[in-house]
Design a protein around this ligand. Sequence first.
Ligand code: ADP
Length: 492
Amino acid sequence: MATATEPRTSKPKRTLQTKLLIDGKFRDSVSGKTFETINPATEEVLAHVAEGDAADIDLAVKAARKAFDGGSWRKVDARDRGRLMNKLADLIEKNFDELAELETLDNGKPISESRNADLPLVIDCLRYYAGWADKIHGQTVPIRGNYFCYTKREPVGVAGQIIPWNFPMLMTAWKWGPALAAGCCVVLKPAEQTPLTALRMGELALEAGYPNGVVNIVPGFGETAGAALVAHPRVDKIAFTGEGRTAEIIMKNASDTLKRLTFELGGKSPNIVFADADLDAAVQGALVGIYLNQGQCCCAGSRLFVQEGVHDKFVERLASAVNGRKLGDPFDPATQQGPQVDKAQFDKIMSYIAKGREQGATCVAGGERHGDRGYFIKPTVFTNVRDDMAIARDEIFGPVLSVIKFKEIEEVIERANTTEYGLAAAVWTRDIGKAHAIADRVRAGTVWVNCYDVFDAAAPFGGFKRSGIGRELGEKGLDAYTETKTVTIAMD
Ligand code: ADP
């Protein structure tokens, strides 16, 4: 049995920002409507947040255009763009505790994760891109004839950024970092489940000194605010993180205006354990791979391939480690797993657990709700999973691990690639040859060897196949926010 504590009713320590940020001011929505955001640990309403729709998006886009085209932002030197971003990072650091608690309150993730993962990665991402602001160079190009030819990398313009609820602050940082470093203006649409930390970051962006209109935030629903941002003719680019099905809709809706698109989507990532691996490390890696953030990670290692010879021993160790995990009050510093983000996600995950059983998999840990308040699901492990079962094929986005037995390296490579996704993969082995073979042949944007979920602002992240288009983070992440201009000058 996983140990558990009762969720505490936590109240935010300061007045929450619940309005839209447009043109440097926080304001109500044009319609005057609001929507509720819930504490997923207690199911209580945390706040009523201004609900943006097409009219608010239009105002935000106009403000962003004015700052971009009118030049107040274009006139800021590249180095000063970096300075502003470092200032924002400093302010986030200064308000570290408050932001970590707000993230945990709105999203449900354990406070230890907000403190040790989300917030440090947010600060690091902004500092990393602050360093890029004055290093986005063009080239001189030796073309034929008596010409001087050079390229410049210019900001793409106004970027619409649509983010999910699993890492609300971190996704904001991944979007703002490269966009603002490159000199774009942004209109951010946070997820309807978790708008609070993005709005607080908006307050801090103003405090840092970002000019009016450079950073706009319009909370609201996907079908209204999100869709209006995608269709808006004066938005140059959409960066979206979320579900593949939503990306399909966005791609269609963006086609009339031929917007630039980057997508970071789902996954069903293979985590492969060979018999020669350090099994203790691999067990820990399997736990991190699937249970980090309640399994609500696009790169979750949800298909755990374990080699035949060690399978039974591995499953035994894994199940005992899973049953020792601490589930409950996300504000308890010892808690390792909090609630799922909302009822819809909770219901979806529970239906996959039921399907796993129906289709003949064996549930060796968890498999049920924890408590009767909050959206808690016990960390769950299935064995005897076949590749064609729903729990082996679909992205569940919850704490549900499918353990799959394999014999040979060729076989596991083929099976690992039998998925429409290609976001991440991991391999556990002491044999460098096997590690390279997996790194070389598994079709995924990231491959971890003897580790899992190692993220760094400098390392590009994104998907093959249905897991995405383009890359975030690293130097690559700037490509999404720049246009290359070629200038050719006749020399005689
Ligand atoms: P999830 O199921 O994880 O919530 P979604 O892809 O539905 O993933 O949501 C991710 C983000 O996309 C959220 O901010 C959501 O509001 C937004 N979104 C949903 N539908 C649309 C849409 N049709 N157009 C634009 N944005 C959308």
